[in-house]
Write a protein that binds this ligand. Structure first.
Ligand SMILES: [Zn+2]
Length: 209
């Protein structure tokens, strides 16, 4: 079972609620009870061990001498043998996860985004039909969108970040002269909102709006 920061917060909340029903129990005992009740684990310690495992699940140790590891989920790079770095990663990982849950969407990581951009460009250039080429262009834009949204999550302004559909309507001027023949179709389908993003930039920033 995967225990995330959201589960741990729910257990803590439940432990607090159990106070009135079990006034004689100490906080630790209530946490054990809440963890067993809510997550079906033996006790709070087990829940926390599983949570620790989740935080490090996507961390791949580096083979370089600098011993910097990167988390493929939240994309934070850190030295896992430094306590402060571990704590910093934990905070960023939680924040990233909770934003993704709230958005019901997880932006692709670096490797996935690069693949989207490469495959998207290829299809937008060489697709057999216009629809194929549109699909390719949207895939390329999805790669840009995911990078912009991931930055917004780390910058804590993700709540204001446009949806993909809105982003497509704002990004037209960044495409410049590329895919001119497809841009008209995108404008028809997604609308055209110039001025929301700096032309030439694929990142959305809240201070421009
Ligand atoms: Zn992480």
């Amino acid at each position: 079972m995967q225990i995330t920061s959201i589960h741990i917060k729910q257990v803590k909340r439940l432990a607090k609620q159990l106070e009135s029903a079990y006034p004689s129990l100490k906080l630790g005992q209530r946490l054990d009870k809440a963890a067993a009740q809510h997550l079906g684990v033996r006790d709070y310690h087990e829940a926390h061990c599983l949570y620790d495992k989740w935080v490090m699940l996507h961390v791949h140790p580096s083979e370089d001498a600098d011993r910097v590891s990167k988390c493929a989920y939240c994309e934070f790079s850190f030295a896992p043998d430094i306590k402060e770095d571990l704590q910093l990663h934990r905070n960023i990982h939680e924040q990233f996860h909770e934003a993704c849950v709230s958005l019901s969407y997880k932006p692709g990581n670096y490797v996935q985004r690069e693949r989207m951009k490469r495959d998207g460009r290829e299809k937008a250039n060489d697709g057999e039909s216009i629809e194929d080429r549109i699909e390719g262009l949207l895939l390329l834009l999805r790669g840009w969108f995911d990078r912009s949204l991931a930055d917004a999550i780390h910058g804590k302004y993700w709540r204001k970040h446009p949806t993909f559909e809105a982003y497509v309507s704002m990004i037209q001027d960044t495409l410049g002269d590329s895919y001119r023949d497809l841009q008209g179709i995108l404008k028809e389908r997604y609308g055209y909102l110039p001025g929301e993003m700096e032309p030439g930039n694929s990142y959305w920033f809240p201070n421009r709006c």
